[in-house]
Design a protein around this ligand. Sequence first.
Ligand SMILES: [Zn+2]
Length: 492
Amino acid sequence: MKVMKDFSPRKPAGWLVLAVLAISMLSGCTWMGGDDTDGGIKTAEADKPVQRYTGEMSQAVSLAYTTSRNLALTFNGMADVQTMDKLFDQLDALGIKATFFLPGMRVAEEPDIARQILSRGHEIENNTLNAVDMSRMDYGQIYKEIHLANDVIRKQTGVTPKFVRTQTGAISDDIRLAAAQSGQQAVISYSLFLHNWKAETPQQKKNYIRKYINRGGIVAIDLAENRTLNESVNLIAAEASAAGYHFVTLDKLVATGGVRKPADTVQGYQAAKYNADYAKADYNLVYSHKTAKKEIALTFDDWGTDETITKLLDILDQYHVKGTFFLRADGVEKNPNLARAIAQAGHDVGNHTYSHPVLTKLSVKQLQDEVVKAHRIITDAIQQQPAMLFRPPTGDIDDRTARIIAAAGYRNIVDFDIDPNDWNRERTASQIVNSVIQQSHSGGIILLHSLDDTHTAEALPGIIQNLRKQGYTFVKLSDWISDDGNPSGKER
Ligand SMILES: [Zn+2]
């Protein structure tokens, strides 16, 4: 699924030249050289150069920074009137308000379609004048592409675009500067650019889309390639609805988001660092907690889709239970909003490496890379210091490995002693529940997973209800093990 298409104008080149000239005169632009109309584009481009903007760049946004269960459906380009009408009806039927990035030239050609987008409750933004690839354009050309499209859209619809997106969704400093110079708040990319389907099975399509139904997600579809447009829109709507997520216009989505602090300014970013001097590093390896109280801890390892993890969060919330999530950072990196939602819900967020390797076979450098990189990505995502708790993938750990991890900043290494094998998709919910109940004891650490397509979420209410009935209360690991080196876990 890669962007690969050449954009060819629908009208002859001569027509385009006239349109550009007409637009420039209508909008009162001076760059075309108002009285020299027979020189065409060449003369116009040779006109005085645009000064590079020296102010602040527009924001670059490919995912809105929000933990609200909203995302945006956006389109690039403008199709013919029949395709557009059908799409408007479909969006109405699905109750979706979308955002249309329109090429200025298409708005000049068919202003009625642009006005209909607005009258049907959708939003219009800037797709540059000709929706061309701007990667090889100089600054002046980029500026004109953005600025002129704004003029046309404003003139024909009364709307002043806040955002601009290029044909491919590419973002560069020049584009961000030119966008700022044209008054655009942000240059938009996407979290999913959905192209025509090929030979995928229905299940493959569903699984593919499900990965991208994310909090703050920006789904893009190009209307120049619309062979499977209506099918794609239906699939996206179905998956969003399954996750309990809603579509809002991009304007609203970005407005509900905040601005992320740079990771290295977040307190605790430096808490993990490379340190080859590990031989004497002291660690605390925990399998369970010594306590007289009837307490037990739920832990969730790895990573999954928003749909899966949000389900777990909702169940925990419903029962007022806090747990500990050990996150795989290569997943967090792609979907930081979800990691932040876990932290915001009050759970511990711990480190489960970047790419989930078996640790005992790694060099010092490789191992600390896994730990430090994961720490930085998680800190960036949740915008606070994670719980300084580390869980080794597969649980495998030895003395050397533990020292290397401790030297990098994670001296509390937490394994588990209650394992119902919930990662195995064959395991039913009742098998998982029964296995946890049989192994449960005061101070026990239960290993569950946040993986897709398991029966964990289905089992979770049963686990909580049963253990509560036996008098257990649920704790998160930071209630037992403190960050500051005063752990009370027993070693085994
Ligand atoms: Zn794992």
